[in-house]
Ligand binder design. Structure first.
Ligand code: SAM
Length: 189
C-alpha cells in the first residue's frame, strides 16, 4: 500500500469508533472462557483491560453479578462506553476509565478476574502478564485473547502487514510458555 493520505487516520477512527467492538470475539466465547475461570466469588471484582467501547464489558456484566473496571487508553472509546453504561443503568457496576494498562494505577491484588480481548499485546505479553499478576488477588483468574500465527510460513504480505502492529506475534506454544514463566503457579490445566 502507498503512504496513507492525511485523511486515513480520521476516516479510520470514524469507522473504528462506530463499531460495536474492535476485535474478534462474541458473547458465546466470553461465556465459554468465563466458565473455565474456577472458584470466582459470586460477585467478582473484574478488570477489563483494553475494553474499547465495551463489547465484552457488557457481556461480562450480563454473565457475572460483579463490578467491572473497564480501562482503555483511547478516551473517545471510554466516552462512548460511559454513555452506553448510563443508558443501560449499569453505572453502579461498570466503571469506565481512561488509562494505560502498562501503568493502570489501580491497587495491587484488588481483582478476582482480569480480562482482556485482543489488547494485551499492545504492551507486550510478558509485561501484560506481570501487570495482571500484580492486580489479581490470590487465586484470581486471568482470561485474555491474543493473535497468534497458525502456520510457520504465513504469506510474506500477511507477515509484513503485522510487522508494524505486532512484530513479536508468536504461536500458541509461545503464549503458553510466556504464561508459565510469568505466573507463579503449578502449571497449566
Ligand atoms: C483491538 S482493540 C480491542 C478492543 C476490545 N477489547 C474488543 O475486543 O472489542 C485494542 C484496544 O486496546 C487499547 N489499548 C492499546 N494500548 C493500550 C494501553 N497501553 N492501555 C490501555 N488500552 C490500550 C486500544 O485503545 C484498543 O481499544
Amino acid at each position: 500500500m502507498n503512504e496513507p493520505s492525511s485523511r486515513f487516520r480520521p476516516i479510520f477512527f470514524e469507522l473504528y469508533e462506530s463499531l460495536p467492538r474492535q476485535g474478534p470475539g462474541n458473547r458465546a466465547c466470553a461465556a465459554r472462557a468465563l466458565a473455565l475461570c474456577r472458584d470466582l466469588p459470586p460477585a467478582p471484582a473484574v478488570l477489563d483491560l483494553g475494553c474499547s467501547v465495551g463489547g465484552q464489558t457488557l457481556h461480562l456484566a450480563e454473565l457475572t453479578s460483579g463490578s467491572i473496571v473497564a480501562l482503555d487508553s483511547h478516551a473517545p472509546s471510554i466516552e462512548r462506553l460511559r454513555a452506553t453504561v448510563a443508558v443501560r443503568g449499569l453505572a453502579e457496576r461498570i466503571q469506565p476509565m481512561v488509562g494505560d494498562m502498562a501503568a493502570p494505577g489501580l491497587p495491587p491484588a484488588s481483582f478476582d478476574l482480569a480480562w482482556s480481548e485482543g489488547a494485551l499485546y499492545n504492551i507486550g505479553i510478558d509485561n501484560a502478564l506481570r501487570v495482571c499478576g500484580g492486580l489479581l488477588r490470590a487465586g484470581g483468574c486471568l482470561a485474555f485473547t491474543d493473535a497468534v500465527w497458525l502456520t510457520d510460513n504465513p504469506p510474506s504480505e500477511v507477515k509484513a502487514s503485522f510487522e508494524d502492529d505486532y512484530p513479536t506475534m508468536g504461536r500458541i506454544p509461545d503464549v503458553l510458555t510466556a504464561i508459565e514463566r510469568s505466573i507463579p503457579f503449578d502449571g497449566l490445566d
